[in-house]
Design a protein around this ligand. Sequence first.
Ligand SMILES: Cc1ncc(COP(=O)(O)O)c(C=O)c1O
Length: 334
Amino acid sequence: MSAALPVLDRLDRIKLVHGPTPLEAMPRLSDRLGGPRIYVKRDDATGFAAGGNKGRKLEYLMGAALKAGADTVITVGALQTNHGRQTAAAAAKLGLKCILVLTDSVADRSKAYHSSGNLLLDRLTGAEMRRVPATANGDEEMAKIAEELRRAGRVPYVIPSGGSSPIGALGYAVAGEEIAQQAKALGIRPAEVVFATGSGGTQVGLMLGLAAVGTPVTGICVSRRKDIQLGRVKPLLDRTVSELQLDAKLATLAIDIDDRFIGPGYGQPSPAMVEAVRLAAECEGLFLDPVYTGKGFAGLIQRICEGRYRKDDSVIFVHTGGLPGLFVYDEAFP
Ligand SMILES: Cc1ncc(COP(=O)(O)O)c(C=O)c1O
Protein backbone atom coordinates (compact mmCIF):
# COMPACT_ATOMS: atom_id res chain seq x y z
CA MET A 1 0.00 0.00 0.00
CA SER A 2 1.29 3.44 -0.89
CA ALA A 3 0.12 6.23 1.38
CA ALA A 4 1.79 9.04 -0.59
CA LEU A 5 0.97 7.78 -4.10
CA PRO A 6 -2.34 5.90 -3.89
CA VAL A 7 -2.43 5.61 -7.70
CA LEU A 8 0.18 2.85 -7.33
CA ASP A 9 -2.45 0.62 -5.76
CA ARG A 10 -4.94 1.20 -8.59
CA LEU A 11 -2.71 0.42 -11.58
CA ASP A 12 -2.66 -3.03 -13.19
CA ARG A 13 0.50 -4.79 -12.15
CA ILE A 14 2.11 -8.19 -12.54
CA LYS A 15 4.61 -9.56 -10.03
CA LEU A 16 8.18 -9.77 -11.29
CA VAL A 17 10.46 -8.24 -8.66
CA HIS A 18 11.73 -10.21 -5.68
CA GLY A 19 11.38 -7.28 -3.34
CA PRO A 20 11.87 -5.30 -1.26
CA THR A 21 15.50 -5.38 -2.33
CA PRO A 22 18.06 -4.91 0.47
CA LEU A 23 19.56 -1.58 1.49
CA GLU A 24 23.07 -2.61 2.50
CA ALA A 25 25.85 -0.74 4.30
CA MET A 26 29.22 -0.73 2.50
CA PRO A 27 31.66 -0.10 5.37
CA ARG A 28 34.86 -1.01 3.54
CA LEU A 29 34.00 1.32 0.66
CA SER A 30 33.20 4.09 3.17
CA ASP A 31 36.56 3.53 4.90
CA ARG A 32 38.48 3.51 1.63
CA LEU A 33 36.85 6.78 0.54
CA GLY A 34 37.18 8.40 3.97
CA GLY A 35 33.43 8.57 4.72
CA PRO A 36 30.45 9.27 4.44
CA ARG A 37 28.52 6.11 5.30
CA ILE A 38 27.69 4.52 1.95
CA TYR A 39 24.61 2.36 1.53
CA VAL A 40 23.67 0.51 -1.65
CA LYS A 41 20.07 -0.16 -2.65
CA ARG A 42 20.46 -3.57 -4.27
CA ASP A 43 18.23 -3.22 -7.30
CA ASP A 44 20.72 -5.40 -9.13
CA ALA A 45 19.04 -8.04 -6.96
CA THR A 46 15.47 -7.53 -8.20
CA GLY A 47 15.70 -11.19 -9.13
CA PHE A 48 13.69 -11.60 -12.29
CA ALA A 49 15.70 -12.18 -15.49
CA ALA A 50 19.14 -11.45 -13.99
CA GLY A 51 17.90 -8.45 -12.02
CA GLY A 52 18.22 -4.72 -12.62
CA ASN A 53 15.98 -1.68 -12.57
CA LYS A 54 13.65 -2.49 -15.45
CA GLY A 55 11.78 -5.21 -13.55
CA ARG A 56 10.09 -2.55 -11.45
CA LYS A 57 8.92 -0.61 -14.51
CA LEU A 58 7.87 -3.78 -16.32
CA GLU A 59 5.54 -4.81 -13.50
CA TYR A 60 3.31 -1.88 -14.50
CA LEU A 61 4.13 -1.81 -18.23
CA MET A 62 3.28 -5.49 -18.65
CA GLY A 63 0.20 -5.02 -16.49
CA ALA A 64 -0.92 -2.32 -18.94
CA ALA A 65 -0.03 -4.48 -21.96
CA LEU A 66 -2.17 -7.35 -20.68
CA LYS A 67 -5.01 -4.98 -19.88
CA ALA A 68 -4.83 -3.66 -23.46
CA GLY A 69 -5.15 -7.25 -24.73
CA ALA A 70 -1.70 -7.17 -26.32
CA ASP A 71 -0.25 -10.32 -27.89
CA THR A 72 3.10 -8.70 -28.74
CA VAL A 73 5.34 -6.18 -27.00
CA ILE A 74 7.83 -4.08 -28.95
CA THR A 75 10.67 -2.11 -27.44
CA VAL A 76 13.95 -0.48 -28.42
CA GLY A 77 17.49 -0.04 -27.13
CA ALA A 78 21.18 -0.34 -27.93
CA LEU A 79 22.49 -3.84 -28.77
CA GLN A 80 23.33 -4.49 -25.10
CA THR A 81 20.12 -3.02 -23.71
CA ASN A 82 19.33 -4.34 -20.24
CA HIS A 83 15.80 -3.07 -20.69
CA GLY A 84 15.41 -5.20 -23.81
CA ARG A 85 16.62 -8.32 -22.00
CA GLN A 86 14.21 -7.85 -19.11
CA THR A 87 11.32 -7.01 -21.46
CA ALA A 88 12.01 -10.11 -23.57
CA ALA A 89 12.06 -12.24 -20.42
CA ALA A 90 8.84 -10.72 -19.04
CA ALA A 91 7.12 -11.30 -22.39
CA ALA A 92 8.30 -14.93 -22.39
CA LYS A 93 6.98 -15.43 -18.87
CA LEU A 94 3.57 -14.08 -19.90
CA GLY A 95 3.42 -15.99 -23.18
CA LEU A 96 3.60 -12.81 -25.30
CA LYS A 97 5.69 -12.34 -28.41
CA CYS A 98 8.51 -9.81 -28.08
CA ILE A 99 10.16 -7.79 -30.83
CA LEU A 100 13.35 -5.94 -29.91
CA VAL A 101 14.53 -3.09 -32.14
CA LEU A 102 18.27 -3.00 -31.47
CA THR A 103 20.29 0.00 -32.63
CA ASP A 104 23.94 -0.63 -33.39
CA SER A 105 24.82 2.72 -31.83
CA VAL A 106 27.97 2.10 -29.78
CA ALA A 107 31.08 2.27 -31.98
CA ASP A 108 34.28 0.22 -31.74
CA ARG A 109 32.98 -2.60 -29.59
CA SER A 110 34.27 -6.16 -29.32
CA LYS A 111 32.98 -9.27 -31.08
CA ALA A 112 31.41 -10.35 -27.77
CA TYR A 113 29.50 -7.05 -27.58
CA HIS A 114 27.79 -7.97 -30.85
CA SER A 115 26.71 -11.47 -29.85
CA SER A 116 26.98 -12.24 -26.13
CA GLY A 117 25.98 -10.63 -22.81
CA ASN A 118 22.41 -9.34 -22.99
CA LEU A 119 22.11 -10.44 -26.64
CA LEU A 120 22.68 -14.06 -25.64
CA LEU A 121 19.95 -13.81 -23.00
CA ASP A 122 17.60 -12.12 -25.50
CA ARG A 123 18.13 -15.01 -27.91
CA LEU A 124 17.34 -17.57 -25.21
CA THR A 125 13.92 -16.00 -24.59
CA GLY A 126 12.96 -16.48 -28.24
CA ALA A 127 12.52 -12.73 -28.79
CA GLU A 128 12.65 -11.53 -32.39
CA MET A 129 15.62 -9.20 -32.74
CA ARG A 130 15.68 -6.59 -35.48
CA ARG A 131 19.03 -4.85 -35.69
CA VAL A 132 19.03 -1.36 -37.17
CA PRO A 133 21.93 1.03 -37.86
CA ALA A 134 22.86 3.84 -35.47
CA THR A 135 21.22 6.34 -37.82
CA ALA A 136 17.78 4.69 -37.58
CA ASN A 137 15.04 6.33 -35.52
CA GLY A 138 14.04 3.65 -33.01
CA ASP A 139 10.60 5.14 -32.29
CA GLU A 140 9.76 5.25 -35.99
CA GLU A 141 10.96 1.66 -36.45
CA MET A 142 8.71 0.53 -33.59
CA ALA A 143 5.74 2.45 -34.99
CA LYS A 144 6.24 0.79 -38.40
CA ILE A 145 6.38 -2.69 -36.85
CA ALA A 146 3.30 -1.97 -34.72
CA GLU A 147 1.39 -0.85 -37.82
CA GLU A 148 2.38 -4.02 -39.73
CA LEU A 149 1.21 -6.14 -36.82
CA ARG A 150 -2.11 -4.30 -36.54
CA ARG A 151 -2.75 -4.83 -40.24
CA ALA A 152 -2.16 -8.55 -39.66
CA GLY A 153 -4.81 -8.56 -36.92
CA ARG A 154 -2.34 -8.64 -34.03
CA VAL A 155 -2.39 -6.43 -30.92
CA PRO A 156 1.01 -4.78 -30.29
CA TYR A 157 1.99 -2.80 -27.19
CA VAL A 158 4.89 -0.40 -27.69
CA ILE A 159 7.19 0.26 -24.74
CA PRO A 160 9.45 3.32 -25.13
CA SER A 161 13.21 3.19 -24.70
CA GLY A 162 14.17 2.23 -21.14
CA GLY A 163 10.52 1.62 -20.23
CA SER A 164 10.33 5.32 -19.41
CA SER A 165 6.66 6.09 -19.91
CA PRO A 166 4.65 7.58 -17.02
CA ILE A 167 3.53 4.18 -15.71
CA GLY A 168 7.03 2.75 -16.18
CA ALA A 169 8.46 5.65 -14.19
CA LEU A 170 5.91 5.09 -11.44
CA GLY A 171 7.33 1.60 -11.01
CA TYR A 172 10.38 3.33 -9.63
CA ALA A 173 8.37 5.33 -7.17
CA VAL A 174 7.93 1.98 -5.41
CA ALA A 175 11.72 1.80 -5.03
CA GLY A 176 11.77 5.35 -3.68
CA GLU A 177 9.17 4.45 -1.06
CA GLU A 178 11.11 1.30 -0.15
CA ILE A 179 14.27 3.37 0.35
CA ALA A 180 12.40 5.84 2.57
CA GLN A 181 11.04 3.01 4.74
CA GLN A 182 14.38 1.18 4.93
CA ALA A 183 16.29 4.36 5.81
CA LYS A 184 13.78 5.06 8.58
CA ALA A 185 14.18 1.52 9.92
CA LEU A 186 17.98 1.96 9.93
CA GLY A 187 17.61 5.31 11.68
CA ILE A 188 19.35 7.28 8.92
CA ARG A 189 18.40 10.44 7.02
CA PRO A 190 20.21 10.10 3.67
CA ALA A 191 22.01 13.24 2.50
CA GLU A 192 21.45 12.12 -1.09
CA VAL A 193 20.37 9.23 -3.29
CA VAL A 194 22.68 8.80 -6.30
CA PHE A 195 22.26 6.54 -9.35
CA ALA A 196 22.89 6.32 -13.10
CA THR A 197 20.32 8.04 -15.32
CA GLY A 198 19.62 7.20 -18.96
CA SER A 199 16.07 7.33 -20.27
CA GLY A 200 15.01 9.15 -17.08
CA GLY A 201 12.28 6.89 -15.69
CA THR A 202 14.33 5.76 -12.72
CA GLN A 203 15.01 9.38 -11.79
CA VAL A 204 11.38 10.48 -12.10
CA GLY A 205 10.20 7.49 -10.07
CA LEU A 206 12.77 7.98 -7.32
CA MET A 207 11.93 11.69 -7.12
CA LEU A 208 8.23 10.89 -6.73
CA GLY A 209 8.78 8.06 -4.26
CA LEU A 210 11.12 10.11 -2.07
CA ALA A 211 9.28 13.44 -2.30
CA ALA A 212 7.31 12.80 0.90
CA VAL A 213 10.53 12.51 2.96
CA GLY A 214 12.40 15.25 1.06
CA THR A 215 15.52 13.20 0.27
CA PRO A 216 17.59 14.83 -2.53
CA VAL A 217 17.96 12.67 -5.64
CA THR A 218 20.82 13.07 -8.15
CA GLY A 219 21.11 11.25 -11.47
CA ILE A 220 24.58 10.71 -12.90
CA CYS A 221 24.04 10.95 -16.62
CA VAL A 222 25.58 8.23 -18.80
CA SER A 223 24.70 9.53 -22.22
CA ARG A 224 23.74 13.19 -22.64
CA ARG A 225 24.72 16.67 -21.52
CA LYS A 226 22.76 18.00 -18.58
CA ASP A 227 20.57 20.42 -20.56
CA ILE A 228 19.59 17.71 -23.05
CA GLN A 229 18.90 15.18 -20.30
CA LEU A 230 16.82 17.75 -18.45
CA GLY A 231 14.82 18.12 -21.66
CA ARG A 232 13.87 14.43 -21.29
CA VAL A 233 13.39 14.13 -17.54
CA LYS A 234 11.28 17.25 -17.04
CA PRO A 235 8.63 16.37 -19.68
CA LEU A 236 8.48 12.81 -18.31
CA LEU A 237 7.93 14.17 -14.79
CA ASP A 238 5.20 16.52 -16.08
CA ARG A 239 3.46 13.76 -18.02
CA THR A 240 3.65 11.35 -15.09
CA VAL A 241 2.11 13.90 -12.76
CA SER A 242 -0.65 14.91 -15.18
CA GLU A 243 -1.52 11.53 -16.75
CA LEU A 244 -1.63 9.76 -13.40
CA GLN A 245 -3.34 12.69 -11.69
CA LEU A 246 -0.74 13.09 -8.97
CA ASP A 247 -0.52 16.16 -6.75
CA ALA A 248 0.40 19.00 -9.17
CA LYS A 249 3.08 20.24 -6.71
CA LEU A 250 5.15 17.16 -7.58
CA ALA A 251 5.78 18.61 -11.05
CA THR A 252 7.80 21.40 -9.43
CA LEU A 253 10.33 19.07 -7.77
CA ALA A 254 13.97 20.02 -8.44
CA ILE A 255 15.71 17.80 -11.01
CA ASP A 256 19.39 17.28 -10.23
CA ILE A 257 21.66 15.86 -12.93
CA ASP A 258 25.46 15.52 -12.93
CA ASP A 259 26.84 15.04 -16.46
CA ARG A 260 30.57 14.88 -15.76
CA PHE A 261 30.96 11.10 -15.97
CA ILE A 262 29.81 10.21 -19.48
CA GLY A 263 33.46 9.78 -20.56
CA PRO A 264 33.96 9.41 -24.33
CA GLY A 265 30.25 8.63 -24.84
CA TYR A 266 27.38 6.25 -24.09
CA GLY A 267 28.69 2.72 -23.74
CA GLN A 268 32.32 3.85 -24.07
CA PRO A 269 34.59 2.96 -21.14
CA SER A 270 36.23 5.74 -19.13
CA PRO A 271 39.11 5.55 -16.61
CA ALA A 272 36.80 6.75 -13.81
CA MET A 273 34.31 3.96 -14.62
CA VAL A 274 37.04 1.31 -14.61
CA GLU A 275 38.30 2.56 -11.25
CA ALA A 276 34.79 2.60 -9.77
CA VAL A 277 33.97 -0.93 -10.97
CA ARG A 278 37.27 -2.21 -9.54
CA LEU A 279 36.85 -0.41 -6.22
CA ALA A 280 33.34 -1.77 -5.59
CA ALA A 281 34.45 -5.32 -6.43
CA GLU A 282 37.67 -5.12 -4.39
CA CYS A 283 36.15 -3.55 -1.30
CA GLU A 284 32.72 -5.14 -1.14
CA GLY A 285 32.48 -7.95 -3.70
CA LEU A 286 29.91 -5.73 -5.41
CA PHE A 287 29.83 -6.00 -9.20
CA LEU A 288 28.89 -2.87 -11.13
CA ASP A 289 28.46 -2.61 -14.90
CA PRO A 290 30.50 -0.56 -17.40
CA VAL A 291 27.65 1.35 -19.09
CA TYR A 292 25.48 2.59 -16.20
CA THR A 293 26.34 1.76 -12.61
CA GLY A 294 30.13 2.01 -13.09
CA LYS A 295 29.73 5.58 -14.34
CA GLY A 296 27.09 6.33 -11.72
CA PHE A 297 29.34 5.13 -8.94
CA ALA A 298 32.28 7.08 -10.42
CA GLY A 299 30.02 10.11 -9.96
CA LEU A 300 29.39 9.28 -6.32
CA ILE A 301 33.14 8.80 -5.67
CA GLN A 302 33.89 12.21 -7.18
CA ARG A 303 31.10 13.86 -5.17
CA ILE A 304 32.60 12.35 -2.02
CA CYS A 305 36.10 13.57 -3.01
CA GLU A 306 34.68 17.07 -3.57
CA GLY A 307 33.60 17.13 0.09
CA ARG A 308 29.87 17.35 -0.62
CA TYR A 309 29.04 15.13 2.37
CA ARG A 310 30.13 15.16 5.99
CA LYS A 311 31.90 12.10 7.34
CA ASP A 312 28.87 11.15 9.44
CA ASP A 313 26.40 11.66 6.58
CA SER A 314 24.73 8.69 4.92
CA VAL A 315 24.46 8.47 1.13
CA ILE A 316 22.63 5.86 -0.87
CA PHE A 317 23.76 4.55 -4.23
CA VAL A 318 21.07 2.72 -6.20
CA HIS A 319 22.63 -0.26 -7.97
CA THR A 320 20.39 -0.53 -11.01
CA GLY A 321 21.90 -3.76 -12.39
CA GLY A 322 23.45 -4.37 -15.81
CA LEU A 323 25.79 -7.23 -14.88
CA PRO A 324 25.34 -9.17 -18.18
CA GLY A 325 26.98 -6.20 -19.94
CA LEU A 326 30.16 -6.52 -17.89
CA PHE A 327 31.11 -9.71 -19.71
CA VAL A 328 31.19 -8.03 -23.11
CA TYR A 329 33.60 -5.33 -21.89
CA ASP A 330 36.38 -7.56 -20.59
CA GLU A 331 38.94 -5.64 -22.69
CA ALA A 332 38.22 -2.54 -20.57
CA PHE A 333 39.60 -4.31 -17.46
CA PRO A 334 43.05 -5.56 -18.46
C1 LIG B 1 21.73 -1.03 -15.50
C2 LIG B 1 20.99 0.23 -15.77
N1 LIG B 1 21.11 1.24 -14.90
C3 LIG B 1 20.48 2.42 -15.09
C4 LIG B 1 19.70 2.63 -16.20
C5 LIG B 1 19.07 3.96 -16.37
O1 LIG B 1 17.72 3.93 -16.05
P1 LIG B 1 16.70 4.92 -16.77
O2 LIG B 1 16.71 4.52 -18.22
O3 LIG B 1 15.42 4.68 -16.11
O4 LIG B 1 17.22 6.29 -16.61
C6 LIG B 1 19.55 1.60 -17.15
C7 LIG B 1 18.74 1.82 -18.34
O5 LIG B 1 18.71 1.08 -19.27
C8 LIG B 1 20.21 0.37 -16.93
O6 LIG B 1 20.11 -0.64 -17.80
